[in-house]
Design a protein around this ligand. Structure first.
Ligand code: CO
Ligand code: CO
Length: 328
């Protein structure tokens, strides 16, 4: 499945709206949001995928942190989660699944949420993830609309998990990179989301499968603005440029690029490996938030003091050219 395939498959189906629907398919965002009362809205999301690291416990943690992320990206707080499991029971020992589930559970607990159930099927390939429900105040839903010209863009995690994962599979990633990437993917976006509280966040999303530029393009479309990204300010895992230069690029990166390159004005002076990294599909990536420059500085201080060291201001929202992402 490539970017936008699910949206294309849904196209033409008779979807229904609902008076309490705050975020639904007609303006699909990180998660669905429906109002339950004047004070509470339900946030719903799910994600699952095949292992991207060998260690099953680490994989479980990454998959859970990734699934929980969309609740944080909407400004919500996760309440409960359900396991989604595809397991090759004739191929793998049940202890592998136990380690995956233990990883998931540990992260669910770190999120302050509770595991309430799940579903498993036999499948030729191991897949794991979560369905997550959370809550948010209906007036404090963060979404991709509302970014204003002049806003600074803050990114909270380094890029490169797709290229890094490809290098791991090829046996070309060092232990240091694997450890750095795993730590980043296991880290919940909870701390970053809490750092956003009380600041005037105009728009927010998390950087995942579409890559930084794919999600930047979505934000530009929803907010009806333009964006200027400074490539040298974008945090990237150490050693990633060398791996990208070797051509260790995942298929998703090429699809992301083909899908969005027409909306991006890329300065040819940006080194090719960095251009590629900006389209790299991320697993459990960071939050991308747009807020006034002064507030962005404040956010950065909060993030750094909470140990989110890689967080950086990577560019700004502009009014012209509208509908474009300029990278220089
Ligand atoms: Co998302
Ligand atoms: Co997702």
């Amino acid at each position: 499945m490539g970017p936008g395939d699910l949206a294309r498959a849904l196209c033409g189906l008779a979807l229904r709206s609902h008076p309490d629907l705050i975020v639904g398919l007609e303006r699909a965002d990180d998660a669905g949001v429906i109002r339950l009362s004047d004070e509470i809205a339900l946030v719903q999301t799910l994600d699952f995928f095949t292992p991207i690291v060998d260690d099953p416990y680490t994989f479980g943690q990454i998959a859970a942190a990734n699934a929980l992320s969309d609740v944080y990206a909407m400004g919500g707080r996760p309440l409960c989660a359900m396991n989604i499991v595809c397991f090759p029971s004739r191929k793998l020992d049940i202890s592998v699944l136990q380690a995956v589930l233990r990883g998931g559970l540990d992260v669910i607990h770190r999120a302050g949420a509770v595991l309430v159930g799940g579903h498993s099927i036999d499948d030729p390939e191991l897949k794991y993830g979560l369905s997550v429900s959370g809550v948010v105040h209906p007036e404090r839903v963060l979404d991709m609309r509302g970014a204003l010209p002049g806003d600074a863009l803050v990114l909270t995690k380094p890029l490169g998990t797709g290229i890094g994962g490809t290098a791991v599979k090829a046996g070309l990633a060092g232990e240091g990179l694997l450890a750095e990437m795993s730590a980043s993917m296991i880290a919940l976006n909870r701390e970053a989301a809490e750092a956003l509280e009380g600041l005037g966040v105009h728009a927010c999303t998390d950087v995942t499968g579409f890559g930084l530029l794919g999600h930047a393009c979505e934000l530009v479309e929803r907010s009806e603005v333009g964006m200027a990204i400074r490539a040298e300010r974008v945090p990237i895992f150490g050693g990633l440029e060398a791996l990208a230069a070797k051509g260790l690029l995942p298929g998703g990166l090429h699809r992301n690029r083909a899908f969005r390159a027409g909306m991006v004005d890329m300065d040819p002076a940006v080194p090719e490996p960095v251009q590629a990294i900006l389209y790299d599909p991320q697993t459990s990536g960071g939050l991308l938030a747009a807020l006034a420059p002064g507030e962005a500085e404040q956010l950065l201080e909060r993030l750094h003091s909470r140990g989110i060291a890689a967080a950086a201001i990577i560019g700004e929202v502009v009014d012209s050219p509208a509908g474009r992402v300029v990278v220089r």
